[in-house]
Write a protein that binds this ligand. Structure first.
Ligand code: MG
Length: 399
C-alpha cells in the first residue's frame, strides 16, 4: 500500500486531514481548533509522505517528526500520525487500539473543562457556585471537571489589582500576564476555588487550570492553601499552554513541598521533552495532547514512561474535534493504569455529528465512553454532507 495524496481543509476553523492510498483506503484526522494557519504546514509535508506505506507508521513518522515543535507547531505532524493509524486499522480491519497492544479497559473516563463564558458567569465565589451547579446538571454525567482560573482566565482582568504586573486589556487571551499575586487577589482566588469545590462535594473531582504566569512561591502558596480541597490537580502554574519550554526544576520545587497534585505538559512535543519532567519527578500528573505531542503512539510511550515513575496521566484535548475525540478514545483504551481521564473535546459544534458517521451524538454516559470496535479510528466523513461546509479554496478536498 502506498500513500497517493494528502489534503487539508479548514472546516469551522479546524483543519481536517485526508490521506488517500492506492488501495482505496482513506485516513482522516483533525487539528485542534482554531488553527486554520496550520493548513499550509500540513500541505508542505506532502513530499515526505507520498509513496510511503502508511501502515508502517513509525517508519513514516521518522521522516516528518523533525518538522514539528512545541504547541502549536507539532500539530500537523501529530494529526498526520492519527490519519496513518486510521489507515493501518482499516487495512487490518481492526480498531486502532488493537494495533497499540489491545485495550486494557472497555470504557474510558473523560473529564469536562467548563468555560465561564459557556456558563455565563464571571469570577466571584458566587459565580463559581453557579459554575459547579451548571456542570453537575450536564446530561453527560461527568464526574470530573476542570476550572479555568487566575492566570488561565479573565480573573486577572476582572479582579482589580489581582497581581502586580501590567494588565493587558487588549490581549486576545490572558497568557501575557505573569507576576506576583496581590494578597487580595490570592485570597479571592482561594475563595473562588473553595466555593466551586464545596458546591461539587466529594462525589465530583475538581481540577484547576491556573496558568502559566505564577511565580514559584505563589504557586507553592496556592497549592498549600487548597490542600484540604482534595483537588485532582493544579495545571500549568509555572509553564504550560503555549510555553515553548518546560522548566522542570522549578516545578519540582513546588511539587515536592505540597500534597496538592501538580500537573503540566499540554504544550510539550515529543518524549524527549518529557524526559527531565518525568525522571526528576517534577510533577504528579502530565497532560500531553495527542494532537500536539507527536501522535497517539508517542503519547502512549510517554504514558508508560510516566507510569514507571509514579506519574499519572490526564491527556489534554479540549479543542481536538470529533476526529480528535475518536483518537483519544482509541489511545486511552490502551494506556496503563496511571490514566486518570482524558479531557473531553467539548469545543466543537453539533453539526459535526451530521457530517460524520461513527458517533450517534455525544457518546458520554456517567462520565464514561464505551470503546468502539469499528475499524481504524472509527469516524469517517459523510462526504455529501461535509462538502456543504467546505470553503471555496478547499472545494476539491473530497475529490
Ligand atoms: Mg490547560
Amino acid at each position: 500500500m502506498k500513500i497517493t495524496d494528502i489534503k487539508c481543509a479548514v472546516i469551522a476553523s479546524s483543519p481536517v486531514i485526508r490521506i488517500t492510498t492506492d488501495e482505496g483506503i482513506t485516513g482522516w484526522s483533525q487539528i485542534e481548533a482554531p488553527k486554520p494557519y496550520i493548513q499550509p504546514i500540513v500541505l508542505q509535508l506532502k513530499d515526505w509522505l507520498v509513496g510511503q506505506d502508511p501502515r508502517n507508521v513509525e517508519r513514516v513518522m521518522k521522516r516528518i517528526r523533525v518538522r514539528g515543535g512545541f504547541k502549536p507547531w507539532g500539530s500537523a505532524v501529530s494529526a498526520i500520525e492519527h490519519a496513518l493509524w486510521d489507515i493501518a486499522g482499516k487495512a487490518a480491519n481492526v480498531p486502532v487500539y488493537r494495533l497499540l497492544g489491545g485495550k486494557v479497559r472497555d470504557q474510558v473516563r473523560t473529564y469536562r473543562t467548563l468555560y465561564h463564558h459557556e456558563v455565563g458567569v464571571g469570577h466571584t465565589p458566587e459565580d463559581y457556585v453557579r459554575w459547579a451547579e451548571y456542570g453537575m446538571a450536564l446530561p453527560e454525567g461527568f464526574t470530573m471537571f476542570k476550572l479555568p482560573t487566575s492566570f488561565h482566565s479573565s480573573m486577572v482582568r476582572d479582579f482589580d489589582g489581582f497581581h502586580y504586573g501590567e494588565v493587558q486589556e487588549d490581549a486576545p487571551y490572558p497568557y501575557p500576564h505573569k507576576g506576583l499575586m496581590s494578597e487580595d487577589g490570592f485570597n479571592h482566588l482561594v475563595d473562588c476555588v473553595a466555593a466551586a469545590k464545596d458546591t461539587l462535594g466529594s462525589a465530583y473531582g475538581l481540577a484547576v487550570d491556573a496558568g502559566p504566569g505564577y511565580l514559584a512561591h505563589d504557586a507553592l502558596r496556592f497549592a498549600k492553601a487548597v490542600e484540604d480541597l482534595h483537588l485532582l490537580w493544579i495545571e500549568d502554574m509555572i509553564t504550560g499552554d503555549y510555553s515553548p519550554f518546560v522548566n522542570p526544576d522549578v516545578y519540582r520545587d513546588v511539587t515536592h513541598a505540597t500534597t496538592t497534585p501538580i500537573h503540566t505538559g499540554e504544550q510539550i512535543y515529543l518524549r524527549q521533552n518529557y524526559k527531565a519532567l518525568i525522571e526528576s519527578h517534577a510533577v504528579n500528573v502530565i497532560g500531553p495532547d495527542p494532537c500536539d505531542i507527536g501522535g497517539i503512539a508517542e503519547l502512549k510511550w510517554v504514558a508508560e514512561h510516566a507510569d514507571l515513575h509514579g506519574i499519572a496521566m490526564a491527556p489534554h484535548g479540549t479543542a481536538n474535534g470529533i476526529f480528535g475525540l475518536a483518537a483519544l478514545i482509541q489511545m486511552c483504551a490502551s494506556l496503563p493504569d496511571n490514566l486518570i481521564a482524558f479531557e473531553y473535546p467539548a469545543r466543537f459544534e453539533p453539526f459535526w455529528y451530521d457530517i460524520t458517521e461513527g458517533f450517534d451524538g455525544v457518546p458520554v454516559k456517567n462520565g464514561l465512553i464505551d470503546v468502539p470496535d469499528r475499524p481504524g479510528m472509527g469516524v469517517n466523513f459523510i462526504e455529501k454532507e461535509a462538502r456543504k461546509h467546505l470553503s471555496e479554496g478547499d472545494a476539491d478536498f473530497f475529490d
